[in-house]
Design a protein around this ligand. Structure first.
Ligand SMILES: Cc1ncc(COP(=O)(O)O)c(C=O)c1O
Ligand SMILES: N[C@@H](CCCC[NH3+])C(=O)O
Length: 425
């Protein structure tokens, strides 16, 4: 079921008209559907419940995809944990009521301060990505008299994802340690009194629409588990990462969570391990839209036709960064023939182009439109370039809605800065 649909001629998020939201808080604004978030969490949980190996798996939502406290709270209510990559994300997960035992701490460059924070918090596991990090973690844990559980993130040499900038498992990617290195690091960690190696992790990329690369990566972890056990090491946790793709409506084919669960279950068969998954996009992407208004249509004598929106690359960076496709739909569709537009924002960059030659239904100055599939890596990647105030976020839940991140006023934006004392006469 789609929770963003046209009713009485206007697009609604669940029971709330997007026109009503725009009238009250202005545009641009992200709007999330709590029902869609819950549905996606349940779809994955039910798929995992289909196999003995995956039934008790931890679903740790990748906070980087959408870190809004209300979104995390909705997902915490569904029993999800959190995959985090910074102290800030751990703090967000905790603030949303996610228990430390459901928090995974990943990332290629965790600082000593962040590692100490994670240890003191008592997170489920720290995913170690390199020899350099292992050494620092051992020193930090020794200083605290602690012995955290760690999992090694393997770079399985299987890269996948919709764009070169979002693969993470190819040999030259900065993520994870090569298989042979992990085998050596595992022994080094097991010999330390300050970390306890308990398993392996991988995450090979994002917006993955075919299961074969995931299957290959999971098979690497399976083989390593058997090899490590044969050497007498304990391996009881496997973290299969995230990466599952979603429909962006430009091309067919997202991976089916039921098939995904089957692939994961097969890889873990007979291993008697505790599994974790770190989905981000799959949970949040289609649970959000970016609501925007047409500033004007610039029809030039040279034939170019620009649809100039009040949202820009600073609000939704994916098209500029990855040439990503986002479906653009009128909030109140008009009668008339569709036609091509170059869809742009007001930021002073040629790259501030959402789509070129996109055939869209008629749109006029003042009309509202929605970027679909914007609930993941939208608001979290937004910034204030061109001194455009940070885009606000709204959560809809049935007939209720609330602003869950307010648009800063210009005064608030300026108040974060200061003029150095010596510059004031
Ligand atoms: C370690 C890790 N886990 C999980 C994710 C979430 O990925 P996705 O949103 O594609 O599911 C990411 C981001 O790609 C990641 O780097
Ligand atoms: N931010 C990216 C995906 C990277 C995921 C994080 N490793 C996107 O919007 O598609």
């Amino acid at each position: 079921m789609n929770h963003f649909e046209i009713r009485d001629g206007v697009m609604h998020a669940e029971g709330v008209s997007l026109e009503a939201i725009a009238a009250e808080i202005g545009t641009p604004a992200y709007v999330y559907s709590a029902a869609t978030l819950r549905r996606h969490a349940r779809v994955l949980r039910e798929a995992l419940d289909g196999h003995a190996e995956t039934t008790d798996a931890l679903i740790a939502f990748a906070v980087k995809a959408n870190s809004n406290l209300s979104v995390l709270k909705v997902l915490a209510g569904e029993g999800l944990g959190a995959d985090t990559v910074s102290e800030g994300e751990i703090r967000r997960a905790l603030a949303a009521g996610i228990a430390p035992e459901k928090i995974v701490f990943s990332g290629v460059g965790k600082t000593d301060t962040e590692l100490a924070f994670a240890i003191r918090t008592g997170v489920l596991e720290i995913n170690v990505e390199s020899a350099a990090e292992l050494d620092r973690l051992i020193a930090v844990a020794a200083g605290l008299g602690a012995r955290p559980d760690i999992v090694f993130r393997v770079n399985p040499r299987v890269g996948s994802g919709a764009h070169a900038k979002i693969t993470t498992g190819a040999p030259a990617d900065k993520f994870g340690a090569p298989v042979e290195e992990v085998m050596a690091l595992y022994a080094r960690a097991a010999a330390s009194n300050h970390v306890r190696p308990v398993g392996l992790a991988c995450h090979i990329g994002s917006q993955i629409t075919e299961l074969s690369p995931l299957k290959a990566a999971f098979a690497v972890l399976r083989r390593m588990t058997l090899d490590l056990r044969a050497q007498g090491f304990e391996v009881h946790r496997l973290d299969f990462g995230g990466g599952l793709g979603v429909p962006y409506f430009d091309r067919p084919g997202e991976a089916d969570p039921v098939d995904y669960a089957a692939v994961a279950a097969e890889a873990a068969r007979g291993l008697d391990v505790q599994l974790a998954f770190e989905p981000g996009r799959m949970i949040a992407a289609n649970a959000g839209v970016l609501l925007t208004r047409v500033i004007h249509v610039n029809e030039r004598p040279d034939g170019m036709r620009f649809l100039v929106l009040d949202s820009a690359m600073n609000d939704l960076m994916r098209p500029a960064l990855y040439d990503a496709f986002h479906d653009i739909r009128p909030v109140r569709p008009r009668e008339g023939a569709a036609g091509p537009y170059d869809v742009v924002g007001p930021v002073c960059e040629t790259g501030d182009t959402f789509a070129k030659d996109r055939v869209l239904p008629p749109l006029e100055a003042g009309d509202l439109a929605a970027f679909m599939t914007a609930g993941a890596y939208g608001a979290t990647m937004a910034n204030e370039y061109n001194s455009r105030p940070l885009v606000p976020e709204v959560l809809v839940d049935g007939d209720r809605w609330a602003v869950v991140r307010a648009r800063p006023s210009y005064d608030e934006m300026l108040a974060r800065e200061a003029v150095a004392g010596w510059l004031i006469p």
